[in-house]
Design a binder for this molecule. Structure first.
Ligand code: NAD
Ligand code: UD1
Length: 336
């Protein structure tokens, strides 16, 4: 019997790729999404890839009645929780929206799960909880610190999950700390569709290569890194999706557990590495200018991936060339 999994935010960037990976691993997926940062078309695209239409409920995670109805209608065994707001800059301007959506939303979801006696939960946390790293690579033991409301919402939900785990037996919780997800499904049917000016590097690079934006601004070349530009651990979104399938397998095998694990490749690349690789695969020029550092940015960040290998038997397999190729194919497919 296939297990039913509820994927909140399953129409979004990481949720849609994870839905594909879950279906391909034999799970039945019900997506719950309010479509505030995604569209219905994504659900059809998922079906095109896998041949299976995921269940879909258009609802907000803060809507208790909707959650109750989902848990009554489907025999859900586990919840993978992606739904939330994710723009760091916006979170400093609209902190209450972020606390309401990300923290209150998670609490409402967990309350509904408690009521329905569902105790397997996988949470999208972020490497942002490590703040400015004191040492590299970053292990899960690295102290946490955050500098903006978005990061704080991740930290608070991590703590809420720990409190629940300590208070009640039987919870199987994975707190997954993503590094920098990029790329798209190789079919180019799903990918990342940022609204307005992209905040993150790779969608911006793709739009410059496409000619939709003239120049990439590189935020600083005076960091203490090999070429002076910021270094990050970019991970292909399909590798990340597989990491969720591995985390779900892991949880199902435990009687109870609270696992906190990095999902990254363990390799850092600079902004210039990414720009050059993108130019190579797209055969397009990515014009750039060096500007001042972005407030709140760190010099370098990459994961220690030992625990993920050990606990989940998972490691990333796609290199930056594949990440750029898939991002470019998606950019071409998206452009009318
Ligand atoms: P996304 O915006 O593409 O997906 C989020 C989805 O959740 C969207 O489809 C949106 O419509 C939905 N949603 C938002 N609020 C909702 C609510 N209240 N009720 C129901 N649906 C709601 O973002 P993503 O990049 O796929 O990120 C998924 C999760 O991973 C987020 O929690 C994010 O904070 C976390 N994360 C993302 C990154 C990243 O770089 N993309 C890095 C670390 C962690
Ligand atoms: C950002 C978020 C972080 C989130 C992560 C993954 C901020 C301050 N932090 O981190 O909370 O977890 O995304 O989604 O927004 N860069 C440029 N020009 C650009 C865009 C980026 O030079 O136009 C550089 C940045 O300085 C950085 C690198 O590219 O060195 C990656 O940036 P980005 O994609 O925004 O990710 P993070 O800064 O790691």
């Amino acid at each position: 019997m296939a297990l039913n999994v509820l994927v909140t935010g399953g129409a979004g960037f990481i949720g849609s790729h994870t839905t594909v990976a879950l279906q391909q691993a034999g799970y039945q997926v019900v997506v719950l999404d309010n479509l505030c940062n995604s569209s219905l078309a994504v659900l059809q695209r998922i079906e095109q890839i896998t041949g299976i239409a995921p269940g879909f409920v258009q609802a907000d995670i803060r809507d208790q009645h909707a959650l109750e109805a989902v848990f009554q209608a489907h025999k859900i065994s586990a919840v993978i929780h992606f739904a939330g707001l994710k723009a760091v800059g916006e979170s400093t301007q609209k902190p209450l929206d972020y606390y309401d959506n990300n923290v209150n939303g998670s609490v409402q979801l967990l309350l509904a799960m408690q009521q329905a006696k569902i105790k397997t939960f996988i949470f999208s946390s972020s490497a942002t909880v490590y703040g400015d790293p004191q040492e590299l690579p970053i292990t899960e033991q690295h102290p946490r610190s955050v500098t903006n409301p978005y990061g704080h919402t991740k930290l608070v939900v991590e703590d809420i999950l720990e409190s629940i785990y300590k208070a009640e037996t039987g919870w199987r919780i994975a707190r997954l700390r993503y590094f920098n997800p990029v790329g798209a499904h190789p079919s180019a049917l799903i990918g990342e569709s940022p609204q307005g000016v992209p905040n993150n590097l790779m969608p911006y690079v793709a739009q410059v290569a496409m000619g939709q934006r003239s120049t990439l601004q590189i935020f600083g070349n005076d960091y203490d890194t090999p070429d002076g530009t910021g270094v990050r651990d970019y991970i292909h979104v399909m590798d990340l999706a597989q990491g969720h399938v591995a985390a779900l397998h892991y949880c199902q095998q435990q009687e109870q557990d609270l696992l906190t694990v990095n999902l990254g490749t363990g390799q850092g690349y600079s902004v210039l590495d990414m720009v050059r690789t993108f130019e190579e695969v797209s055969q397009a020029k990515v014009d750039y200018e060096i500007v001042a550092r972005r407030a709140g940015d760190i010099a370098a960040c990459w994961a220690d991936t030992t625990l993920a290998k050990q606990k989940l038997g998972w490691q990333a397999s796609k290199n930056i060339k594949t990440m750029c190729e898939d991002a470019w194919r998606w950019q071409l497919a998206m452009t009318p």
